[in-house]
Design a protein around this ligand. Structure first.
Ligand code: ADP
Ligand code: 5GP
Length: 211
């Protein structure tokens, strides 16, 4: 039944250091149907990050060329670097019935939300990502804990750490614009919450209305 059912698009945001990667990674490993959308970025790779797996690491000129030719679903400047979601990582996969997870900042999330609402208004009876997307925000239990996590991760220069902490409050001010909030205090609970959200999203009737 419902063989042509499209996939679910999980859009996840949260301040740097909230634990997004830590929560997502085991779910991505456990769920064959769930694909991580590999973003493009102009920031340098951290130790252990693999080009094409964690990000497509590209220079500014290449990023600007991709903006020009319309390769991105959204893009934004975050903590002083460019980040963008490739259309090719999302649209065909969802239509083919695979689920996709996006880890993007609040500016990118709100761009996608506006764009999908406008599209839906124009063509209400056609399936679009609007029908598939779920917005999830991951927040740390406190600002102090966020600072400690970012420091102990040991990936940032003093300058980058300051930028990330300075941006965190503004990002957290937008958490109520999301459908679900995960408070990442107890890691096991946060992972279970994300799994529950994915399971519930897979049962949404909005996925079935236009097939
Ligand atoms: P993000 O992807 O949101 O930037 P990370 O997943 O890299 O954040 O997590 C930041 C740091 O916090 C990592 O060192 C990670 O091991 C740690 N961390 C994540 N979740 C928890 C948690 N629930 N309790 C304690 N430390 C955590
Ligand atoms: P990091 O440098 O820690 O990997 O990511 C920094 C921030 O960039 C995070 O808030 C992350 O969600 C965001 N980010 C990662 N990829 C994208 C993307 O494709 N688009 C946007 N807008 N933000 C992204």
């Amino acid at each position: 039944m419902f063989e042509n059912k499209p996939g679910v698009l999980i859009l996840m945001s949260g301040p740097s250091g909230a634990g997004k990667s830590t929560i997502c990674t085991p779910l991505l490993e456990a769920e064959d149907k769930l694909n991580f959308s590999v973003s493009c970025t102009t920031r340098s790779p951290r130790d252990g990050e693999i080009d094409g797996t964690h990000y497509h690491f590209i220079d500014k000129a290449t990023f600007e060329e991709k903006i020009k030719i319309g390769d991105f679903l959204e893009w934004a400047e975050v903590h002083g670097n460019y980040y963008g979601t490739l259309k090719s990582e999302v649209e065909e996969k969802i239509l083919a019935g695979n689920d996709v997870l996006l880890d993007i900042d609040v500016q990118g999330a709100m761009q996608i939300k506006r764009m999908l609402s406008e599209q839906k208004e124009k063509e209400p009876s056609k399936f679009s990502l609007f029908d598939s997307i779920i917005y999830v925000f991951v927040t740390p239990p406190s600002f102090e804990e966020l600072k400690q996590r970012l420091e102990s991760r040991g990936t940032e220069t003093a300058e980058s750490l300051q930028k990330r902490l300075a941006n965190a409050q503004a990002e957290m001010d937008q958490q109520l614009d999301y459908d679900f909030l995960i408070v990442n205090d107890d890691l096991e609970k946060a992972k279970a919450d994300l799994k529950s959200i994915l399971n519930a999203a897979r049962c949404r009737t909005s996925l079935l209305k236009f097939i």
